[in-house]
Design a protein around this ligand. Structure first.
Ligand code: ZN
Length: 103
């Protein structure tokens, strides 16, 4: 049996097993696909894998939801009602989302 005491190892093992058993993407690959997925430029095959991962991985569902919220905040800030706001992507917000996931 696999030792349950090491969550880091379990997480790596989970990613490895997903990839091996179901030809699935890992959580790290999932993160790399998010931007393409959201702007609709992710190729069909990868999109399917992405959506599969999304279905079985709660961590990544929460991550994607946080990511989408961040983008919504960015859109609102750049919207016509807020023309005074500097025209740049709120990178600190995206970074905050990324950091919170690693914590
Ligand atoms: Zn995941």
């Amino acid at each position: 049996m696999i030792e349950q005491r090491n969550p880091g190892l379990m997480r790596r093992l989970k990613g490895f097993m997903m990839k091996r058993m179901h030809n699935m993407i890992t959580c790290v690959e999932f993160e790399g696909f998010i931007m393409d997925y959201l702007d609709g430029s992710l190729p069909g095959g990868q999109k399917k894998k992405f959506e599969w991962h999304l279905r079985i991985c709660r961590e990544c569902r929460e991550y994607l939801a946080a990511y989408e919220r961040t983008i919504e905040v960015g859109k609102t800030a750049l919207g016509p009602a807020h023309e005074a706001v500097p025209n740049e992507v709120p990178e600190d917000l995206i970074k905050a989302v990324l950091d919170s996931r690693d914590a």
